[in-house]
Write a protein that binds this ligand. Sequence first.
Ligand SMILES: NC(=O)c1ccc[n+]([C@@H]2O[C@H](COP(=O)([O-])OP(=O)(O)OC[C@H]3O[C@@H](n4cnc5c(N)ncnc54)[C@H](O)[C@@H]3O)[C@@H](O)[C@H]2O)c1
Length: 381
Amino acid sequence: MPIQAAIIGTGFIGPAHLEALRRLGTVDVVAVSERNQELADLKAKELSIPQAYGDYHDLLANPEIQVVHNCTPNHLHFEVNKAIMAAGKHVVSEKPLAMNSTESRELVRLAKESGVVHAIDFNYRYMPLVQQARMMCEKGDVGRILAVHGSYLQDWLHQETDWNWRLVPEMSGDSRAMADIGSHWCDLVQFITGMKIVRVMADLVTIHPVRKRPKVEVETYAGKVLKPEDLEEVEINTEDYGSVLLEFDTGTHGVMTVNQCAAGRKNRLSFEIDGSNCALGWNQETPNELWIGRRDKPNEVMMKDASLMYEEVRDYAHYPGGHNEAYPDGPKNLFRNVYGFLTGDRPGGDFATFEDGHNEIAICDAVLKSSRERSWVDVEY
Ligand SMILES: NC(=O)c1ccc[n+]([C@@H]2O[C@H](COP(=O)([O-])OP(=O)(O)OC[C@H]3O[C@@H](n4cnc5c(N)ncnc54)[C@H](O)[C@@H]3O)[C@@H](O)[C@H]2O)c1
């Protein structure tokens, strides 16, 4: 009998969760919830889901639903995650786990107390060559890690007229680029290297201190050419750009840059890990290639191919070499591990948890503090 699951929030990422769950084939998504009944009915119809709830509390009262995916905007993560766990249901939350570390610490406490399975969608961990990179670090192929560097670049907020709820601190949090995408980068390099970020020195910049917000709802103006009278000026105080010097618990240092105004870069999460034996380089926009840098012989580019990957992580690749896998496969592999843990089919439990979600918020808090104080700051986990 398939596990019954539900999704709260069906904007961009909710349907991505649905698609990943449907591809697993072992989960029935039986319900969705939206911010009102009309929208819930519309989305349920579009997505072919039998039950639609205009209030997520009513969805949580359904005893058949065992797992709930929280795909709402950031400001609702805390209350929705709390309510899911209070209803005794397992939870897969979107990142960031909450709006600040006080809330995220509380969610970790409640998760432990309630005994439910708790996961967070740090999806990039579960792409085949990321898993291979992790194994190469773990097995000593890379050697001692000398330095880590990289960036996460996007251009969807490049123009001062680009608008989204993520620009509103009450909905998104006091950090934007760092919390939204920098958190993925930090999670990923820590996951791969096994090292923990302990100190940061950050420089955050708001490239557009004033933006022009459409007076009409974003969804309704999509595709429409806006006139100046359709726009109003809004002061922005969260970062478009940030660079952060990092110190890891091993003493290794690193640096990363995030920028949501980098023209031409759509979702370019990239890193290089410089080791004493070799270096590794990977970029989310070309995820089927892992660059291996060598000092004493020619560099290599490993194409994703299960037969060339370490046996322990081979099953993160589902198609033969040359048959590319990409963004939708990360959540699919993550959810396979979560649901496999629930059923006992994959007892290893290799998935990012609320603790990982809290750790990223703690780093974010330290980044904000460091940028304000213009000094190095310890991460308080
Ligand atoms: N892991 C990733 O790679 C990734 C990618 C994109 C977004 N996200 C995260 O997913 C979350 C949602 O982002 P998005 O881009 O899908 O945003 P979105 O605005 O496209 O979707 C959010 C949805 O939540 C709905 N919603 C709002 N209030 C609600 C309520 N009270 N009850 C039920 N539904 C409600 C909205 O109507 C909307 O449909 C964010 O926290 C974001 O950080 C993660």
